[in-house]
Design a protein around this ligand. Structure first.
Ligand code: BJW
Length: 245
């Protein structure tokens, strides 16, 4: 990563595991006890909006109580070490922003915003969630439909502007640091194959082998909060050495 001018850091749920937040597909993950079709699909929300709303209220509370871990903080430090760093995250927890990264693209939205479930456009998607303890779905003040978390569920399109920006960042970057994702969810994971096809360097950090490992130039086996700070400290030390000599 020494000669890198433009770096993309691509993250998944494993990034926040060391902050105490569950991943999805590990044995103790979110989907172990909550079927995705019930909690993360438009059909599940239509069937049982109150249950889904309450589930997200509870997860939002956990995410707000969690703190960025040493891995998040190291990635934020990259902003000061490299000319252009973009975090492309599948996470909805807002921890990269809280760690201090300036440029974060949220592919799957944010638990901290809500929007009209009918997309009436009367309610901006950038509305912060007003009440943490709200147990019933709020109604859209413009059309009266239920509101829902501004996250991307299965079968839904990713936000077009975020997706387009992510595609551009992958096209113009020099390298991609991939942290804590299984790489099974599309179209997010396809960004990594785009990067590979364009001969970008790929470095993966994950305690387990993944689909991404097969295309990574370097695989660093371990936890985000342990491996990423070491990686960033090495970059910083090398930069200091270059300046000194
Ligand atoms: C650690 C660690 C530590 C552990 N340190 N690491 C093409 C092919 C096949 C299927 C599809 C396809 N195109 C579309 C699909 C369908 C579907 C899909 O991809 N399904 C696959 C699961 C098969 N995709 C969609 O539906 C997407 N929409 C779409 O494509 O629209 C177009 C379309 C519309 C209509 C018809 C057809 C196409 C939308 C996907 C939305 C995903 N949403 C979720 C929920 C978000 C809200 C919420 O959080 O509640 O996003 S699902 C969930 O998975 C979440 C995550 O962002 C996403 C990715 O998971 P992630 O982050 O990789 O987590 P895990 O658990 O899988 O992995 C964790 C990793 O961490 C592991 O590797 C661990 O080892 C590691 N780890 N501890 C570092 N300490």
């Amino acid at each position: 990563m020494l000669d890198v001018q433009r770096l993309v850091v691509f993250t998944g749920a494993g990034m926040s595991k060391d902050s105490g937040l569950d991943t999805f597909r590990d044995a103790d993950g979110v989907w172990a006890n909550n079927a995705p079709q019930d909690y993360a699909s438009p059909e599940g929300f239509r069937r049982n909006p109150r249950t889904v709303w309450q589930w997200y209220t509870q997860r939002r509370r956990q995410m707000l109580e969690a703190n960025p871990n040493a891995g998040h903080r190291a990635i934020a430090k990259l902003d000061t070490l490299l000319p252009h760093v973009t975090v492309i995250t599948q996470n909805i927890d807002g921890l990269h922003q809280r760690a201090g990264n300036q440029r974060v693209l949220e592919l799957h939205g944010s638990v901290h915003r809500y929007k009209c479930s009918k997309n009436c456009r009367g309610l901006p998607t950038l509305t912060p969630v007003p009440e943490l303890t709200q147990e019933e779905p709020l109604l859209c003040p413009y059309c009266g439909a239920l509101t829902r978390p501004d996250v991307v569920w299965f079968g839904e399109m990713l936000p077009a502007d975020v997706w387009e920006s992510a595609v551009v960042e992958i096209a113009v970057c020099d390298a991609v640091l991939v942290v804590g994702t299984s790489g099974v969810v599309e179209p997010a994971a396809s960004l990594l194959w785009r990067a590979k096809n364009r001969r970008k360097s790929l470095v993966e950090v994950n305690p387990e082998p993944t689909l991404v490992s097969s295309i990574a130039d370097v695989v660093l086996q371990g936890k985000a909060a342990e491996v990423v700070p070491t990686l960033v400290a090495t970059l910083e030390a090398n930069q200091a050495e270059d300046r000194g000599g």
